[in-house]
Design a binder for this molecule. Structure first.
Ligand code: GAL
Length: 500
């Protein structure tokens, strides 16, 4: 029995062992999801960050079309979330929600059928487990079954469920769990597969209870389009494990710090949601957006864009479509990258932020991901040896091993700006300009299959190797990131996921 693992992994017999292990792994992974959904984090697009409550039928049509034409859908960005303000301000006399016909003159059902579902996209709705939504529209507390049935009749595939006006039904994990479980049951009763995404901003620590009733939960107050600028509206600092006043206006560095304490709570079917992406909204530099996107992907946050797709710059487009980074997010193992070290430097910016952060974690097939973040304001060379990279444990098996290095932001894996500009202005289609060098179609070959087949686009650019007990080193721009996939030199080996 125990001799299985010591057999050499060559020939037919060993490939049988590997395939048995793989299918067992996938079965075990899907079994952790309470409703069988979101085995990898959700991906899509949401109205709120770029439009606030001011969106309508045209907004949805325009952005849905670009999700398809720019290749986002086939990378996996599928759900289109109508975030708040989708209904009239009052319920009907018999208590049902009324769609907002001045915003959606074609009717919600027609709009969803024609612009969302017929394009192979998914329909995301929003409400609050309170009397009102955060925008002041009717909330669903006490109306769970009726509202879930209405959304299902419109074809909803996803619910973002907020926390405003909860009438005091919070303050302990049990109170929050009970309130959110009512909607979980209502969604299940519709008979439709609806991904359930809590938006209670980390209130009452959803990472401790929500995995048995939901697919993800926000863990912080709302994001803002700044790398590290503090805001009094987001009073808890990045070192705080639990925040009693989540607020809004939280920066990338702030949310990353809070997320670092709870990365081990992620698992297939349940993900900490770090809030929607700001890439494309103009508040950060190219390097800052790369850091933001890379870390959201590697932590396994849902990747929900919150931008105007028709205003994307070639650089933003290159970031959001980098297959080597999206592959981290959609990795079948479902382990989050973990923070190993934070070192303060003298290179602080005006907000007093200037540390270096070292993160690493395990990926499918025994690969590892390593990230160096330079939160200082100017470029610096960062070096860590493999013992530090793998968590600082001496005699650690991973540090005593040589690794091949793949740069996840190597030039060959990112669309050149000139090609991106042509795709964005509609001169050429993505397939025409691509020639297989930067664009990955996950509708044709899933991320899991692509990784199993060692698709080069998903691995990154080979940049040499690091020897056993050796050193990883990179020059990292201010507010920037260096990130690699590491693969055991001499062949990939299986290893179980990080312990929860
Ligand atoms: C907030 C939520 C945002 C957005 C907004 C809509 O509470 O965190 O992501 O959904 O409400 O009003």
């Amino acid at each position: 029995m125990h001799s299985f693992l010591t057999l050499p992994r060559t020939g037919l017999f060993s490939s049988l062992i590997l395939s048995v292990q793989f299918s067992h792994h996938v079965l075990a992974a899907s079994g952790l999801s309470y409703n069988g959904l979101s085995i990898t984090p959700a991906m899509g697009w949401d109205t709120y960050n770029a439009y606030g409550l001011d969106y309508n039928e045209t907004t949805i049509q325009d952005n849905a079309e670009l999700l398809v034409n720019l290749g986002f859908r086939d990378l996996g960005y599928k759900v289109v979330i109508f975030d708040d303000a989708m209904t009239e301000k009052n319920r009907s006399a018999n208590g049902t929600l009324i769609e907002n016909s001045s915003k959606f003159p074609s009717g919600l059902k027609n709009l969803v059928d024609q612009s969302v579902h017929s394009n192979g996209l998914q329909f995301g709705v929003y409400s609050s487990a309170g009397r009102f939504t955060c925008g002041g529209y009717p909330g669903s507390l006490g109306y769970e079954a009726a509202d879930a049935a209405w959304w299902a009749s419109l074809g909803a595939d996803y619910l973002k469920y907020d926390n405003c006006y909860n009438e005091g039904n919070s303050g302990t994990p049990k109170l929050s769990e009970h309130r959110y479980a009512v909607m979980s049951n209502a969604l299940n009763s519709t008979g439709r597969s609806i991904t359930y995404s809590l938006c209670n901003w980390g209130d009452d620590k959803p990472w401790e209870w929500a995995s048995t009733i939901a697919n993800s939960a926000r863990m912080s107050g709302d994001i803002q389009d700044y790398f590290d600028r503090p805001a009094t509206s987001c009073p808890c600092g990045p070192d705080e494990y639990y925040c009693q006043l989540p607020g809004y206006g939280c920066s990338i560095i702030n949310i990353l710090g809070k997320a670092s304490h709870i990365t081990s709570k992620n698992q297939p079917g349940y993900w900490n949601d770090l809030d929607m992406l700001e890439v494309g909204n103009g508040g950060m530099t190219y390097d800052e957006y790369k850091t933001h996107f890379s870390m959201w992907a590697a932590i396994k946050s849902p990747l929900i864009m919150g931008n105007k797709l028709y205003e994307l710059s070639p650089e933003d487009y290159g970031i959001l479509t980098n297959p080597a980074i999206v592959a981290l997010n959609q990795d079948p193992e479902g382990s989050s990258i973990q923070r190993r070290l934070v070192e303060q430097t003298d290179d602080k910016d005006r907000w007093g932020v200037g540390e270096v952060q070292l993160w690493s974690g395990s990926l499918y097939g025994g690969d590892q991901v390593v990230a160096f973040i330079n939160a200082g304001k100017s470029s610096r060379t960062i070096s860590y040896d493999l013992v530090e990279v793998f968590g600082g444990v001496r005699n650690n098996e991973q540090a005593m091993q040589a690794w091949e290095l793949y740069d996840l932001w190597g030039n060959e894996t990112v669309i050149p700006a000139v090609s991106a500009a042509m795709v964005l202005n509609g001169t050429v289609g993505i397939e025409a300009v691509d020639e297989g060098r930067w664009y990955y179609n996950a509708s044709e070959t899933s991320w899991a299959d692509g990784l199993a087949r060692n698709e080069t686009l998903l691995l990154g650019t080979p940049v040499g190797r690091v020897e056993a007990m050796g050193m990883l080193s990179a020059s990292v721009p201010g507010h920037g990131i260096a990130m690699w996939r590491l693969r055991r030199a001499g062949g990939a080996a299986k290893r179980k996921r990080d312990e929860l």
